[in-house]
Design a protein around this ligand. Structure first.
Ligand code: WTA
Length: 675
């Protein structure tokens, strides 16, 4: 058993199960999914045909003939033979009935700026014009990749949908990531076009974003990938709000180009269901991010079903997911899922506490939001900043989602009682970039809630917790293990871009019963999380088992951070550990040792910290950089990160006598704890 698993097991046994909370009758009365026999309908005996119900939420150009094709195991294909367009499903099919309904509410960060309401009709127009531009000006066609480095303005979903309309594969990189991180993804995806924006608001400041495009193009070029065109949206059309001049013949302003395409329309390209809708890069246990490949038909079917039945979105609801579209949560649950079922979805530009922690509740009141979706980090931050604030506002949520990290029961209760005013159901949804949509969660009108637990597998998802030998740990055994899903499902990624072997090794390598087999029963999906399953089948996620840390709900590879630290010349070795923190859940502490000719200084520690945020983006910035004389090492020379983690977390370091340099442990402890 790995060291991390041992820690998790310890943690699991001491955690008391919480009591159930029940949904109110008013909620059940209006809910989309109230029939408890649904779990039967989606039993393993009914796999895979049960998923027809998911696919039938979509409008198909050509209906599919094969629900599930396992022939290229474990790259499963869904709804084979079908043809479909994702943009058509999110936009065109709502025209008529919902033409004048708001599709996207754009809430700028500055409260002095007007909230924009984009109707489905207007969205149709803007997506069409953008799609023609991408085809005729940028030369993009089905199957090409294009990298987007866009923040939270309506231009992001518009660009995504325009790509989807053409069958172009978009790869959106979180705007907070550095130009270098964006360039690495441009290179990996072999994008010849980069779409960005000049600037956007964050904490009251208009940030210059264009500068990152120049860095990205440079970083991609250094690795051999040339970006031919950089298309730049402008936060204020007609006004350029960035420092760096545009590069003649490479950089173009979208608002200027679009005047050419005004009111032009373009037919959605009918795509094979199993073709690629988008890539979403995520961190793994090596330095290089993985491009998760998501399909069109399977993914769209999955997120539409989840939005309708788990989030209980009806077309008349106003729904706000306060995540960033730069992550999978935003792709699935701001854009594709909600728009596919004709929701009104809110896109908020800024931070939740700007200009003060009442902001989210004012937005909720003003727009009449009744479904709210956010992360434990945001909930902790709002609770800490102003625990009574929601009471001052006159809004009413029927439903609230939490996602991305484990939520502590105390925090859950504040969310339920204060934010939800004791009336809203809460779903704690456990899933991943790889999985496309939720895996474990309660069905809000059917299952009671349990603070701190995600809930059972959703209909059609059959989770199992396994020990390191592949034995099943039974529900209620109070032992932690690796959570796996027994069966494939339509929302799952199909592979890692250009790296099928890594896909197989990372997610199936450990538990595959027969690598030659095309029987899905031999290929349980290993998520990479430690978990405990209670007797009632509810799953509690304990954290990652691999070298990934979850900072404020964002996945960062420890190797990515360590590699960034090693770009500083003076640094000889680097080790990252995760530290518990009140608001962000966990944060990284970075330990470095220097090459012999250098001396530790404050300035050098700052330089290392800056190198990490320059290479990866501010979210990766370590809480502390400790320059140590030496790393604690095993006799074979392996850095003992576990010992550094214990020091950072003020825990007992345990027996260190078998190290090659045990004396260093006490030195480091003093350095860290006695300041
Ligand atoms: C963690 C985010 C506890 C988990 C959708 C997973 C969670 C990783 C939960 C995926 C939850 C996500 N409770 N932990 N409800 N949801 N996680 O790819 O460790 O950014 O493996 O996808 O976040 O992060 P990702």
């Amino acid at each position: 058993m790995s060291e991390k698993m041992e820690e998790s097991t310890h943690y699991a046994v001491h955690w008391q199960e919480e009591n159930y909370y029940y949904p109110l009758p008013e909620f059940i009365g209006q809910a989309n999914c109230t029939d408890p026999s649904i779990y039967e309908r989606f039993s393993l005996e009914n796999f895979p045909e049960c998923f027809k119900e998911f696919a039938d939420l979509l409008t198909w150009d050509k209906y599919w003939h094969t629900t599930f094709d396992p022939s290229d195991a474990p790259c499963w294909k869904w709804f084979v033979g079908g043809r479909i367009n994702a943009c058509y499903n999110c936009v065109d099919r709502h025209l008529g009935k919902y033409s004048n309904k708001t599709a996207i509410y754009f809430v700028p960060e500055l409260e002095t700026e007007r909230i924009q309401k984009i109707t489905y009709q207007e969205l149709y127009k803007r997506v069409n014009e953008t799609a023609i531009l991408l085809r005729d000006f940028a030369g993009l066609k089905a199957g090409d990749r294009v990298t987007l480095h866009l923040p939270m303005t309506p231009e992001l979903p518009i660009t995504m949908l325009a790509c989807a309309r053409l069958g172009v594969i978009h790869s959106e990189v979180f705007a907070g990531f550095s130009g270098k991180a964006c360039g690495d993804r441009v290179w990996d995806s072999e994008s010849e076009v980069l779409i960005t924006i000049d600037s956007y608001y964050r904490s009251g400041k208009l940030l210059d974003h264009k500068v990152k495009a120049d860095e990205a193009v440079e970083a991609a070029k250094n690795q051999g990938q040339e970006v031919k065109k950089v298309l730049i949206w402008r936060r204020y059309p007609g006004t350029y709000s960035a420092e760096k001049p545009i590069v003649e013949g490479r950089d173009y302003f979208m608002d200027e180009l679009l005047t050419e395409y005004s009111r032009k329309e373009i037919e959605p390209v009918s795509m094979p269901a199993e073709d690629i809708l988008f890539l979403m890069y995520t961190s793994g246990s090596t330095g290089r991010p993985k491009g998760c490949v998501h399909s069109i038909g399977g993914y769209m079917a999955y997120v539409s079903w989840m939005s309708k039945y788990v989030q209980d979105i009806h077309p008349e609801d106003v729904y706000w997911c306060m995540a960033d579209i730069g992550w999978i949560t935003g792709h699935s649950f701001i854009v594709y899922g909600p728009l596919s079922i004709a929701a009104s979805s809110v896109v908020y530009e800024g931070v939740p506490t700007y200009p003060d922690p009442g902001r989210p509740w004012r937005i909720a009141e003003e727009l009449g939001i009744n479904i709210f979706h956010t992360s434990p980090t945001a909930i902790r931050g709002l609770r800490k900043a102003a625990p009574e604030e929601p009471k001052k506002y006159n809004y009413y949520f029927k439903h609230m989602t939490t996602v991305g990290e484990p939520i502590e029961p105390e925090i859950w209760k504040w969310y339920y009682e204060v934010v939800g005013k004791g009336k809203a159901v809460v779903v704690d949804t456990w899933w991943q970039t790889e999985t496309g949509g939720f895996l474990c969660s309660t069905l809000p009108a059917i299952d009671p809630m349990k603070p701190g637990s995600a809930g059972p597998g959703l209909p059609g998802i059959h989770p199992v917790v396994m020990d390191d030998e592949g034995n099943e740990i039974k529900p209620g055994e109070k032992k932690a293990g690796n959570i796996c899903i027994r069966n494939p499902w339509p929302g799952a990624f199909q592979t890692i871009w250009k790296n099928k072997q890594r896909y197989i090794d990372s997610y199936y390598g450990k538990y595959c019963k027969d690598p030659q087999s095309t029987d899905w029963r031999n290929w349980p999906y290993m998520a990479g999380d430690a978990a405990v399953m209670a007797e009632d089948g509810y799953v509690r996620i304990l954290g990652r088992i691999d070298d990934v840390i979850n900072v404020a709900g964002h996945r960062l590879g420890t190797k990515e951070i360590e590699s960034a630290a090693l770009t500083v010349d003076e640094v000889a070795e680097a080790a990252v550990v995760s530290v518990k923190e009140e608001v962000k859940g966990t944060i990284p502490d970075l330990y470095v040792s220097l090459k012999p000719e250098y001396d530790p200084t404050e300035a050098l520690a700052r330089k290392v910290s800056e190198a990490v945020s320059n290479v990866l983006g501010k979210i990766a910035r370590p809480a502390h950089v400790y320059i140590v004389d030496d790393m604690p090492k095993t006799r074979s020379g392996k850095i003992m990160r576990r010992i550094l983690a214990s020091i950072s977390n003020y825990q007992d370091v345990g027996d260190v006598s078998t190290l090659s340099n045990p004396q260093i442990v006490e030195e480091i402890r003093k350095q860290v704890q006695e300041v």
